[in-house]
Design a protein around this ligand. Structure first.
Ligand code: FPP
Ligand code: MG
Length: 347
């Protein structure tokens, strides 16, 4: 990637992409910078300066900007040459998906009682739960307005993804249905809570440029798989990273009592360490920090981490395989490169 402009985030995944084609790299860089400026302006567009400041807080604090990048990459698969109006609509779509994402983080941090996000105090820790919930609502509604301007198909796609987001969160709370395996339940939850929005970014990008149907389908399949890779690597980071390394509270899944993939795998193991972990996790949410540290240590010493990485790698391979149906343009190579960055991310 060439030298990013001031508006492009240094912590973005795009800044780490290995782009061979200089014209494509320069175009992508400019588009990402434009999306970043528009994102801040849209979030901060509030009559009250305090609301504007609150709304921009988390956006300015950090972010990998994966979803806007995916919109822009999907829009490279246009059938016709670029026109200004379409390029402008694609930028709005990049803003839209990031707003939905940041809205969901506001709500998620309230639900998880998270104290930090992107290496700064989370919105609820900084402004309180009530403000954080309203800010999430505000950003979600603002995204809805953008979708309305982009047309009924975008509204439909966004509605479908938002429904899946909420369903994923609720199913995380309810646990498996009678007869449903814990592993199957977890994969369905993460497909809904994370895969849906990542796939949405690709779906909208393809839709706005009129990408051929098989291309749009392959991009959506790639997005669903990338979403699983993203969330499974998140599950691993929760107990594998040092406090402060990921910019989030370490061990929060243990604190909230969410059974992630490595936990589910470790619970099924034999031996004294697995038995100790079972007795810890059976207590539900681990409020005591010493218990969380011990559970994280037991997880790191189990074979579950390696088995979860294997599963994660399988989904990364499926994501790359979906790209085979796409024309060989620089955006396809960027999407392939992105899979590795998400699989091995540390934040
Ligand atoms: C992060 O999970 C949370 C999500 C991916 C989805 C959150 C969705 C909602 C709260 C539903 C409401 C939705 C909207 C659009 C307002 P995590 O806790 O595993 O990840 P983390 O480690 O980043 O916190
Ligand atoms: Mg969370």
């Amino acid at each position: 990637m060439p030298t990013p402009t001031a508006a492009m985030r240094p912590d973005s995944l795009a800044a780490r992409l290995d782009l061979a084609d200089p014209d494509f790299a320069a175009r992508l860089c400019l588009r990402l910078s434009a999306a970043e400026l528009r994102l801040r302006a849209t979030a901060g567009d509030a009559p009250h300066p305090l609301v504007a400041e609150w709304s921009r807080y988390l956006i300015e604090a950090g972010g990998k900007r994966l979803r806007p990048l995916l919109v822009l990459l999907a829009a490279e698969f246009a059938t016709a040459g670029p026109d200004r109006a379409t390029a402008d609509r694609v930028l709005d779509a990049a803003v839209l998906v990031e707003l939905v994402h940041v809205a969901s983080l506001h709500h998620d941090d309230v639900m998880d009682g998270a104290r930090s996000r992107h290496g700064v105090p989370s919105a609820p820790a900084r402004w309180g739960n009530r403000t954080a919930v309203h800010l999430g609502d505000r950003l979600l509604v603002r995204a809805g307005r953008l979708a309305a301007d982009l047309g009924p198909e975008v509204v439909r796609l966004q509605g479908e993804a938002a429904e899946r987001l909420v369903r994923g969160q609720l199913r995380e709370l309810t646990g498996p249905l009678d007869g449903e395996s814990a592993l199957g339940h977890h994969l369905a939850v993460i497909a809904d809570k994370t895969g849906s929005l990542i796939a949405l970014a690709l779906r909208i990008g393809a839709e706005l440029v009129g990408a051929p149907r098989p291309v749009a389908r392959a991009l959506a399949q790639y997005g669903e798989q990338l979403g699983l890779v993203f969330q499974l690597s998140d599950d691993l980071l929760d107990f594998a990273s040092e406090p402060g390394e990921s910019g989030k509270d370490a061990g929060i899944d243990l604190a909230v009592g969410v059974r992630t993939l490595p936990m589910l795998l470790a619970l099924g193991e034999d031996g004294p360490r697995a038995a100790e972990l079972r007795s810890l996790l059976e207590r539900g949410p681990l409020a005591d920090e010493r218990d969380r540290r011990r559970a994280a240590e037991l997880l790191r010493r189990s074979s579950a981490e390696a088995r979860a990485r294997e599963l994660l790698h399988g989904h990364a391979t499926e994501a790359r395989d979906a790209l085979a149906a796409l024309p060989d343009i620089p955006a396809r190579a960027a999407l392939a490169d992105l899979v590795g960055l998400v699989e091995h991310r540390s934040a």
